[in-house]
Design a protein. Structure first.
Length: 237
């Protein structure tokens, strides 16, 4: 049953990404726009949040204040992939799809839990709008905002081991804002560094009809590389 749910969530994630990309490509001018692919590594950190949960043992809903560890340097690490289409007619503006693998784990473990983590990723997929300040130098500052969904790998076990959840799920909505600086290497390659602020609204199922929900703020830094697949003849560098 859990494997079936995981496959369904993966299909949902793939379908959402495919739909978003198809929609972008059908927009006037996007098919001829400058297309840039990005890959990045980095780190994430989250402040304490309140977790509401019910292990369905008849005691009703409970809450716990949880401190989170980003575990960005444990395998698999924090990473992301992104595609941006900079518009032909307005080359300062772009639209993109971003897929971020960020993790969180309770540390220390709150009372009532043996395991509470999302260490195969909260996995945020978002559709973004970007703006860049083009100029004649090597460096281009940019900013972006986006909204999307999460597909976390939920790993939750209660303190006595009678409820154990370990599968991918649809987590809920997400949003992010970012600022960064790109440095050109040549016409095709560039490197970048950026800071992100994301919010995850997580509401997931637990084994035997239980429930867990929390709102998590995620502070992220990323360093990566860009490759331009299709140049925009209207781009002003």
């Amino acid at each position: 049953m859990t494997q079936c749910r995981s496959r369904q969530v993966h299909r949902l994630s793939g379908a959402a990404s495919a739909l978003a990309i198809s929609t972008l490509l059908l927009m006037p001018g996007v098919a001829r726009a400058e297309m840039v692919l990005s890959f990045y590594l980095g780190a994430n950190q989250s402040p304490e949040s309140t977790v509401g949960y019910d292990f369905n043992r008849g005691a009703g809903a409970e809450t716990a204040d949880v401190s989170w560890d980003g575990e960005a340097y444990k395998m698999p690490p924090y990473f992301g992939v992104r595609a941006i289409w900079w518009l032909e007619s307005h080359p300062n503006w772009g639209f993109g799809i971003d897929n971020v693998h960020a993790k969180i784990a309770a540390d220390p473990m709150p009372d009532g839990f043996k395991v509470l983590e999302f260490t195969d990723g909260v996995n945020m997929i978002s559709a973004n709008a970007h703006y860049r300040w083009q100029n004649q130098s090597t460096f281009t500052p940019y900013a972006g905002v986006g909204v999307g969904i999460t597909t976390p790998h939920v790993e939750v076990t209660n303190s006595d081991g009678t409820s154990e959840t370990f599968w991918y799920q649809f987590g809920g909505g997400s949003a992010q804002a970012l600022i960064g600086l790109e440095a050109a290497i040549n016409d095709r390659w560039s490197v970048f560094a950026e800071a992100k602020l994301a919010k995850f609204w997580i509401d997931v199922d637990l084994q035997y009809g239980g429930r867990l929900e929390t709102d998590v703020l995620s502070r992220q830094v990323a360093i990566g590389v860009n490759y331009t697949l299709q140049k925009n003849p209207f781009k002003r560098r």
